[in-house]
Design a protein around this ligand. Structure first.
Ligand SMILES: Cc1cc2nc3c(=O)[nH]c(=O)nc-3n(C[C@H](O)[C@H](O)[C@H](O)COP(=O)(O)OP(=O)(O)OC[C@H]3O[C@@H](n4cnc5c(N)ncnc54)[C@H](O)[C@@H]3O)c2cc1C
Length: 305
């Protein structure tokens, strides 16, 4: 315990010497849309590409575990917190620039803001992403998608940082985007900036499409309650929400966590839910669905223990 604390203090000193903002024992529940999670030993707030490279190199040398965090809209942190360094790529790393049909957005920019800028420039293709409450980095990592589109349809490349702090440019094939997955699951690199290739469109048509997708979300999803979106991936040949509904599990509750009454694909925090509550709901529901329908549900939410 004392050794871990010495490592934490030493790394904090090194990061601060590089003028990087470091918080100790930061409550992760304040950084996730689920509003769940204990404290991170260290929480690093990244404000520039240079800081990201420097921070990663130092953290890697320290051998402390680390985790990249965007808007926290797809993660569930343990109640015990994270004994390591959470590297937050947030609102201070959110520059967006447009050149022709290309949009370059830093990892901390919100997908929503990128959609707004693209619409203003009359660029079409990413309307589907308007209501996804994540960052550009989290969106690429997850190959986020909705309404028939996903990041693989619009991303043409990305700048990333390896564990030694070197910047690389990856092309679309190198990103290995699949259903809610990417190469970053394996290589553990940080996403720094994403290049989207869109096409010319009519500004009013783009706007009304974005608004339509957003109103469909408001109508169908429990946006008034903390959650991390769809709890489960879509199994081949079925929809997780339909299977859960069919098994009569809407409202299934453990502690403060429950299957949403409005959308059976969502696990919601009704107030005071713990990570254990959410996992118990997910495990129970998966077991019941498997027994009654034969389909296996895999979690889409990233659980960080
Ligand atoms: C109400 C609601 C609706 C949602 N609807 C959808 C939907 O329609 N479609 C969909 O696909 N998802 C949806 N989601 C889930 C979520 O918004 C997406 O997965 C989103 O892309 C996650 O982005 P984030 O910034 O919040 O990532 P986080 O939750 O912060 O992180 C997700 C993963 O990405 C990694 N990561 C984040 N940033 C970086 C980075 N810069 N470099 C390397 N790794 C990084 C993290 O380590 C983690 O493994 C929804 C969630 C909510 C709460």
């Amino acid at each position: 315990m004392r050794k871990e604390n010495n490592m934490v203090q030493e790394l904090k000193k090194q990061l601060e010497a590089e003028t990087i903002t470091v918080l100790e024992q930061e409550p992760l529940c304040q950084h996730t849309t689920f509003k769940i999670g204990g404290n991170a030993s260290l929480f690093v707030e990244i404000t520039s590409p240079e800081q990201l490279c420097k921070a990663i190199a130092l953290i890697h040398q320290s051998k402390m575990p680390y985790y990249f965090l965007g808007k926290g809209s797809n993660v569930l942190f343990a109640d015990e917190g994270f004994h390591g360094v959470v590297v937050h790529l947030g609102k201070d790393l959110c520059h967006i620039r447009i050149k022709g049909n290309q949009v370059y957005a830093q990892a901390g920019a919100s997908l929503q803001q990128v959609c707004v800028e693209a619409q203003k420039a009359g660029l079409s293709g990413m309307e589907f992403a308007y209501g996804i409450p994540g960052s550009v980095g989290g969106g690429l990592y997850m190959n986020a998608g909705a309404y028939g589109g996903d990041m693989s349809c619009i991303v043409s490349g990305a700048s990333c940082v390896d564990m030694e702090g070197n910047i690389h440019h990856l092309t679309l094939p190198e990103l290995e985007l699949g259903y809610r997955t990417s190469c970053f699951e394996k290589n553990k690199w940080a996403i720094l900036e994403v290049e989207f290739t869109l096409h010319q469109g009519d500004k009013d048509t783009i706007l009304s499409q974005m608004q339509d997708y957003m109103s469909r979300r408001r109508e169908k999803q429990p946006l008034d309650k903390p959650s991390a979106g769809s709890a489960f991936k879509r199994p081949q040949g079925a929809y997780a929400s339909a299977l859960i509904d069919q098994c009569g599990l809407k409202g299934y509750q453990v502690g403060g966590a429950a299957i949403s009454e409005k959308h059976a694909g969502f696990i919601v925090n009704l107030g005071g839910a713990t990570c254990k509550d959410v996992l118990a709901v997910a495990d129970d529901v998966s077991a019941i669905v498997k027994e009654k329908t034969g389909f296996v549900l895999e979690k889409e939410i990233r659980v960080v223990k």
